[in-house]
Design a protein around this ligand. Structure first.
Ligand code: ADE
Length: 226
C-alpha cells in the first residue's frame, strides 16, 4: 500500500512514521508513506497557501490552487483509490473504515489547517472525509498519523500472530477483555483465578463475559444497534 500525505507542516509527521509498527511496515516494504509539503505547489513568491475568507470573521482559509496542483501532480503519476480529507466536520472514522481502506492500494490524505479549506477542494477534489473525534485539533496532521496507523497495522504481515488485529477492540463490536501477565500476585493485587486454571474453554467464556460487561459499562452505544 502507498499513502501520500499532503500537509503544510510536514515536520509534525516525521516522528509517527519513523517508529514502531509504521516503521516496521515501511522497512518490510508493506507500506510506502510519502509526506508532501503543499507549500511546494504555492504559486506566489511568498509561498502562500492560505488567504482571507470571503465571509468576514472566518479567519484564514487554505487556498484551492496549491492543493489542486499538488493533487493533480500526484494523480498524473498513479491512480488513487481515495483522496481523504481530515476535518472535524465529517463523519467519524471507525474500525470498519480502517478495515475497508486497508484493502486499497493507493491512498492520498489531505490535512486541513488554519480555519478551514476552500470548499471547492472538498466539492471537486476529495473523495472521502473523516473526523477522528468530536474535538478540534490545530490541523489534520495528528489525525493523519492516527488513521494511517489504524490502516497500516491491518496490512497482512505487519503484525505478528500474537498481536493479530483480529482480536482488537471493535473488530467484533466489543471492547477487548482485560489482560494480565506475571506475577500472579503483586502487592496483594491478584490476577483472576480463572486465568490460572489452564482450562481454555472456561478462560474463553470468561473473556467473552468480560468483553460484554466492559462494553455495556463503558460503551453501551456499541451494543445499542444490534
Ligand atoms: N482536524 C482538526 N480537528 C480534526 C478532527 N477532530 N479530526 C480530523 N481532522 C481534524
Amino acid at each position: 500500500m502507498r499513502i501520500d500525505i499532503l500537509t503544510v507542516v510536514p515536520e509534525l509527521l516525521e516522528s509517527p512514521f519513523n517508529h514502531s509498527i509504521l516503521k516496521r511496515a515501511k522497512d518490510k516494504g508493506l507500506a510506502e508513506i510519502y509526506i508532501h509539503n503543499i507549500r511546494d505547489w504555492a504559486t506566489d513568491k511568498h509561498k502562500r497557501v492560505d488567504d482571507y475568507a470571503f465571509s468576514k470573521g472566518a479567519g484564514m482559509v487554505m487556498m484551492v490552487e496549491p492543493i489542486d496542483k499538488a493533487i493533480s501532480e500526484l494523480k498524473a503519476q498513479r491512480s488513487y483509490d481515495e483522496i481523504i480529507f481530515l476535518t472535524p466536520d465529517a463523519a467519524k472514522f471507525t474500525q470498519q473504515d480502517a478495515n475497508q481502506l486497508s484493502m486499497k492500494g493507493n491512498l492520498m490524505i489531505l490535512c486541513g489547517h488554519y480555519k478551514g479549506i476552500d470548499q471547492r477542494v472538498r466539492d471537486f477534489l476529495v473523495t472521502r472525509e473523516f473526523s477522528i473525534g468530536d474535538y478540534v485539533l490545530t490541523g489534520g496532521e495528528l489525525a493523519a498519523a492516527i488513521i494511517s496507523d489504524a490502516i497500516v497495522r491491518l496490512l497482512p504481515g505487519v503484525l505478528s500472530d500474537e498481536t493479530s488485529a483480529l482480536t482488537d477492540s471493535f473488530q467484533d463490536g466489543l471492547l477487548t477483555p482485560p489482560v494480565y501477565t506475571r506475577p500472579a500476585e503483586y502487592k496483594g493485587w491478584k490476577v483472576p483465578e480463572i486465568l490460572l486454571s489452564g482450562n481454555d474453554q472456561l478462560i474463553d467464556d470468561w473473556k467473552m463475559e468480560q468483553a460484554i460487561e466492559r462494553t455495556r459499562r463503558i460503551r453501551p452505544d456499541l451494543l445499542a444497534h444490534d
